[in-house]
Design a protein around this ligand. Structure first.
Ligand code: ADP
Ligand code: MG
Length: 415
């Protein structure tokens, strides 16, 4: 990636556009900015820091000056609805992606990764982030850096968004810029679009606004963000990677986006003119949906409409500590994703079924974009051994650390 000097000048118009953004907001974090923070990185995380330091020294010599980090996320409910303007409920993870970097006076970005076996074309992510920032007039500076991720890559836990957000933070903070968190979320989403995936806002908002104390409900229509309690002490979230990754996931994802766009256009032609997005359709109009659309369109819309309703069922159930209601919604969500939205695969369905019958498991479903990827379950105390045994019986499946983690940040490098 190469930048010209002109790209790095800070125009008045660009500075104006960097004002705090209010599209994604919640009380207390309105206008949240993402600049260098004086906070030091986690002192307990020695092995990770050593890996980054060794790779940086080998690639560039010397030490990085800063580290940008962005968390992955597990989406608890509200799958494939963000790009339809629906609500979603992600929990940011302690598993994160870090970019240790040092600004360079030259107009270049040189980024290496510690990831083993990742495809050479992974550079399309930093390339896309840089291109979008330049296009929108956001000041960026050259840097040399190393990426290290604790997230499983391609497992539906949003390693791509974590990479984009961490790179975006490195590019802008190296130029001394503090960009609004909401604006950076939108820019990173646009960068992912540029890589060929028509993703919604969730992954990026989760990375930039996530919190350790529980999930956030993001209203993807108006950008409102609200904290939601985690499960009661008797229960916890469990995350399992299926180990499967469908090579056509991106094209199938884009196919769902296109099918739903066509369905919405047909509905609007048939008189449902007050629905600007599928999330506006509402359960009361499912009979109209079934009358107007063919079977495939009906199923796609039914998933979106019922999934949006399930998000608020789960939010209300978490608020009153009703694990049975949360579990039932997770199970219904999986059936809907499997049968109506058709984004699951038989091996994931088999794992969902196997985990679902373990005594003490309130509910389980696929999470993330689908076609492989991960599962999220709400499990009671005492299920750990049975869950681990079940996962061990499924080749390629692994338990993932579900610990929650904070939002993205940039901090000085601690030697
Ligand atoms: P997910 O976001 O669910 O993990 P994606 O297919 O959306 O899966 O994104 C995975 C891709 O992101 C990888 O194939 C790679 O191109 C890129 N990526 C993610 N993390 C890293 C990393 N640490 N180093 C290099 N590339 C990465
Ligand atoms: Mg991704």
């Amino acid at each position: 990636m190469r930048m010209t000097r002109a790209d790095r000048g800070i125009s008045a118009a660009a500075a104006q556009r960097l004002k705090p953004d209010r599209r994604f907001r919640r009380p207390g974090i309105r206008g949240k900015m993402c600049g260098m923070s004086a906070a030091r990185s986690d002192p307990a995380d020695g092995a990770r820091r050593r890996r980054l330091a060794t790779a940086f020294e080998a690639a560039f010599g010397g030490r990085p000056t800063h580290v940008a980090r962005a968390p992955g996320r597990v989406n608890l409910i509200g799958e494939h609805v963000d790009y339809h303007g629906g609500p979603v409920l992600p929990q940011s993870l302690a598993l994160d992606t870090r970019v240790a970097f040092r600004a360079v006076p030259a107009d270049r970005v040189d980024l290496r990764t510690t990831a083993v076996g990742v495809e050479p074309a992974w550079q399309r992510y930093p390339d896309a982030m840089l291109a979008v920032l330049r296009e929108r007039g956001v000041p960026v500076a050259g840097f040399e850096g190393v990426v290290d991720s604790a997230l499983p890559i391609g497992a539906g836990l949003s390693s791509s968004a974590a990479l984009l957000v961490a790179v975006g933070l490195a590019l802008t903070s190296a130029a001394g810029e503090a960009v609004g968190a909401a604006r950076l979320a939108e820019l990173a989403r646009d960068a992912e679009h540029r890589t060929g995936v028509a993703s919604g806002a969730m992954d990026f908002v989760a990375a930039l606004f996530g919190r350790v104390d529980g999930p956030i409900r993001i209203d993807c229509a108006d950008g409102a963000i609200a904290p939601v309690p985690g499960p009661p002490p008797s229960h916890r979230w469990a995350v399992v990677s299926s180990g499967m990754r469908h090579e056509l996931a991106a094209s199938a994802y884009n196919a769902r986006v296109a099918e739903c766009r066509a369905a919405l256009a047909t509905l609007r032609d048939a008189g449902v003119t007050d629905a600007d997005r599928l999330a506006d359709v509402g359960a009361d109009r499912l009979p109209t949906v079934a009358r107007v659309l063919d079977d495939l369109g009906t199923r796609r819309v039914r998933h979106v409409v019922t999934e949006c309703a399930r998000v608020d069922t789960v939010v209300a159930a978490l608020e009153r500590g009703d694990v049975g209601a949360v579990g039932a919604a997770l199970r219904a969500s999986h059936r809907s994703l499997r049968d109506d939205y058709a984004v699951s695969v038989p091996a994931v369905d088999a794992l969902v079924d196997a985990i679902g019958v373990i005594p003490g498991v309130a509910g389980v479903r696929m999470t993330g974009g689908g076609f492989g990827g991960s599962l999220v379950a709400l499990v009671g105390a005492g299920t750990d051994d049975a869950l681990a045994a079940c996962v061990a019986r499924h080749p390629g499946a692994t338990l993932i650390d579900p610990a929650p983690g904070p939002a993205a940040s940039v901090t000085p490098w601690v030697a």
